[in-house]
Design a protein around this ligand. Structure first.
Ligand SMILES: [Zn+2]
Length: 123
């Protein structure tokens, strides 16, 4: 499902602790268990600022290039508050897991790819 933020395995370097690795199937099952089958209702948490976001948060920014899959790899702040750097302490921030450093704690194994995604927000 998430194809943004895809990287070759050797490019994935997570920062700040061990990541949880799961298959795409396991990830889908976990999401469905938490939020139901409608992925638009799944909630994800930015690993930098803690912002909780859903697909619908990105829909107003479609013309600016936002896509549904961004919910798993880009903080909404990239569109709403692009000046909020990940070190600013502000929320939402402009973090992307497609950048130099990846803080994501969940890695999906899919075919021969490792896809770092935001954690589900279980709150
Ligand atoms: Zn953020």
């Amino acid at each position: 499902m998430p194809d943004n933020g895809e990287k070759k395995a050797e490019e994935v370097k997570t920062v700040g602790g061990a990541a949880v690795t799961m298959t795409l199937d396991e990830w889908n099952k976990k999401g469905e268990k938490l939020f139901g089958p409608d992925k638009k209702k799944w909630r994800f948490k930015c690993p930098c600022c803690g912002n909780v976001q859903m697909v619908k948060d990105f829909e107003p920014f479609a013309e600016m290039g936002a896509e549904p899959n961004d919910v798993t790899c880009n903080c909404i702040g990239r569109w709403t508050h692009p000046d909020n750097t990940i070190n600013s302490g502000k929320c939402p921030c402009n973090y992307t897991s497609g950048g130099l450093f990846c803080f994501n704690k969940t890695i999906i194994l899919h075919e021969d790819k490792k896809i770092p995604v935001f954690e589900f927000s279980e709150e």
